[in-house]
Ligand binder design. Structure first.
Ligand SMILES: Cc1ncc(COP(=O)(O)O)c(C=O)c1O
Length: 365
């Protein structure tokens, strides 16, 4: 039986990518804001209807550069239910992550807990649109306005998502994206910083290129440039985006059809006002389902199917974070409950009907 992994990067027909390569051989303009880089920035700006988009070489550095460009200091309120890069970016920039719990009935940061976790050193909130489900932006923005905080959304999962017809990437002060190979849209590795404050772009673009402004270096920048081979992949994949998301949606819907009604299994609920990207298919496993999440995971792997405990462990349970005695410790029962019961089932465009049926059979048998 063939292996089915949780994800598999999408690749376009090879000729389409190859067609963009002669330009690189002719021009030798391989990086440093080349033609493809500029074109991809422009195309994403129109796609997101955004005031400013800056490409970078991954989603982690996107967070780091955003933190620096926004001038954040002190503490940043965030969630333990995310990929570790969310919190690492805060520590890497010399700030302190303050972890608060997630919603009772969801996966995202609980806005009601923000105010109590704030103190005079808090400068920002970093919520994550987990699995592309939008955070409660209106409430978060009201709190941020009242407390004088900035908002930086980790939107690594939220490529192309619209709520009530509008891109959620324009929420808050900054949103960051990951274009890692396994994401809905990718550039092998890559990322972007999206902001409604177009004046931030100059500083972001300087920070991603060593802090240069013309001949001078004006800030402590890094090297976060996206190269032309990456940008070319992005340009080709944009042409396939409808197909990529359409196939993901098809497998999502088949999962729902085959798994609906199994007691103890909670399926992802996508509200009707959302244009989703179907990046992940998380399920929650609880009683009366006869197996625990870990037993179910083992049953899958025995059959060469490799779902992912995503996110597990919680960021706060990693050794690095447990050992940080200076980090504030708030109670996080919801995050813990979800991390202990979640399993992301395989979801990628190249799945087949047979694959999905084989996966669902493990769950229902
Ligand atoms: C929520 C979240 N934030 C940040 C990142 C980091 O992105 P990258 O892998 O492009 O550095 C990821 C990547 O999976 C992610 O899922």
């Amino acid at each position: 039986m063939n292996n089915i992994f949780v994800t598999k990067p999408y690749l376009p027909p090879q000729e389409e990518y190859q067609a963009l390569l002669p330009n690189l051989w002719d021009s030798r303009h391989l990086t440093n804001a080349g033609v493809y880089h500029q074109k991809l920035e422009d195309e994403l700006k129109s796609l997101f209807v955004a005031d400013s988009v800056s490409l970078v070489n991954n989603g982690t550095i996107a967070l780091e550069i955003a933190i620096q460009a926004m001038g954040l200091k002190g503490k940043v309120i965030t969630t333990p239910y995310s990929f570790v890069a969310t919190a690492n970016s805060i520590l890497l920039k010399g700030l302190e992550p303050v972890f608060i719990d997630i919603e009772d009935n969801g996966f995202n940061l609980e806005p009601e807990l923000i105010e109590d976790a704030c103190d005079a050193q808090t400068s920002a909130i970093m919520p994550v649109h987990v699995y592309g489900l939008p955070c409660q932006n209106k409430t978060i923005q009201e709190i941020a306005d009242r407390k004088g905080l900035q908002i930086i959304y980790d939107a690594a999962h939220a490529f192309g998502i619209k709520e009530n017809g509008e891109s959620i990437l324009n929420w808050g002060d900054v949103s960051t994206l990951s274009f890692h190979a396994t994401k809905v849209f990718h550039t092998f590795e890559g990322g972007a910083i999206v902001s409604p404050h177009s004046e931030l772009k100059k500083s972001i673009d300087s920070l991603r290129s060593f802090g240069f402004e013309d001949e001078d270096v004006v800030a402590l920048g890094t090297n976060a440039k996206m190269n032309e081979a990456q940008a070319a992949m992005g340009l080709v994949l944009l042409r396939h985006l409808d197909n990529i998301i359409g196939l993901r949606k098809k497998w999502h819907e088949l999962y729902i059809e085959l798994l609906r009604g199994i007691e103890g299994i909670t399926l992802l609920n996508i509200p009707p006002n959302l244009e989703h990207n179907y990046a992940y298919f998380p399920i929650l496993i609880n009683k009366p389902y006869p197996l625990t999440r870990d037993q179910l995971y083992d049953k899958f792997t025995e059959q060469n199917i490799f779902p992912r405990k995503y996110f597990y462990p919680l960021i706060t349970d990693f050794s690095l974070y447990k050992n940080y005695s200076i980090l504030s410790k708030h109670k996080i029962p919801n995050a813990r409950r979800v991390a202990d019961s979640v399993l992301c089932l395989p979801l990628y465009p190249d799945l087949t009907e047979k694959d999905v049926e084989r996966i669902c059979k493990v769950l229902s048998a």
